[in-house]
Design a protein around this ligand. Structure first.
Ligand SMILES: CC(C)(COP(=O)(O)OP(=O)(O)OC[C@H]1O[C@@H](n2cnc3c(N)ncnc32)[C@H](O)[C@@H]1OP(=O)(O)O)[C@@H](O)C(=O)NCCC(=O)NCCS
Length: 238
């Protein structure tokens, strides 16, 4: 697991490399992402890939471990005190699966979801000082990552590409010290089995998630209508 791997790719399945997305991959990603129902590539993420900001903190983490990842993000928070989303983007992971002959055949998008941290701000006392607010926003950025989309071209499915994308995503976030990787899936037949096979727990449709292990306070997050959460927890590093 190294920064060079993330940039140049891992050869996980026959003829396919999994690597970080580049600006030139964006048209292919834009086409693939809608295969995951209701998802699109947000402009802010597109810009972050173009500017090579997306994943910059994760690359620091792959170079120097969780400590380096945390330092990178802390610097970004200090630089963007009034716009923490800019720091969050440094922890966004956009992966592609590139086939030797057929080009980009799959993609995965994951990032710490800033809205979850913002919702937790309502759980801290109204008189709390600014440092408490910043702490919650930072905990969300370093502890929790959401898999927003995994999509593989229809003609390339059932060859392990989806599994390889998920595996590399999981490894990158574990390496950087994350505690929880999760997502919300639509009721597509076969999807629960797919995520379970990759080691995720799949919840009942509509069941809420509690993010206490990240924020240290209990909370209730509901999936969208008809969706169910899937998640994987990791042990905090000593
Ligand atoms: C889910 C998805 C990414 C899996 O990609 P993949 O490269 O085929 O995945 P793998 O080859 O690693 O695993 C295949 C397994 O996925 C499961 N699976 C997931 N969705 C499936 C579907 N719609 N039909 C059949 N099997 C499905 C099956 O268990 C299959 O295993 P099998 O071949 O032994 O039956 C791909 O089906 C896809 O892009 N679907 C549309 C987008 C989507 O729903 N994304 C997930 C929600 S964000």
């Amino acid at each position: 697991m190294s920064e060079q791997n993330l940039i140049n790719g891992w050869s996980d399945t026959a003829g396919v490399r999994i690597r970080q997305a580049r600006a030139t991959d964006l048209p292919a990603i834009t086409e693939l992402v809608p295969l995951a129902a209701g998802v699109r590539l947000e402009d802010v993420l597109r810009d972050a890939v173009t500017a090579d900001i997306a994943g910059a903190a994760l690359r620091s983490g792959l170079r120097g471990g969780a400590g380096a990842f945390h330092r990178h993000l802390a610097e970004q928070f200090a630089r963007h005190l009034d716009d923490p989303l800019q720091a969050y983007l440094h922890a966004a992971l956009v992966l592609v699966a590139e086939h030797r002959d057929r080009g980009i055949v799959g993609t995965l998008i994951a990032y710490p979801p800033i809205n979850v941290a913002e919702d937790h701000l309502q759980l801290i006392p109204a008189h709390a000082d600014r440092r408490e607010v910043q702490k919650v926003v930072m905990l969300g950025a370093i502890g929790l990552a959401k898999i927003k989309a995994v999509a593989v071209a229809e003609t390339e499915r059932r060859r392990g590409i989806g599994a390889a994308l998920l595996k590399r995503c999981r490894q990158v976030y574990i390496h950087c010290g994350y505690l929880l990787l999760y997502g919300a899936m639509p009721p597509t037949p076969g999807l629960s089995a797919f995520y379970r096979r990759q080691g995720f727990d799949v919840m009942e449709a509509g069941a809420p998630m509690d993010m206490w292990m990240v924020f240290g306070v209990h909370s209730t997050f509901l999936p969208g209508a008809g969706e169910r959460f899937f998640f994987r927890r990791f042990q905090p590093s000593p």
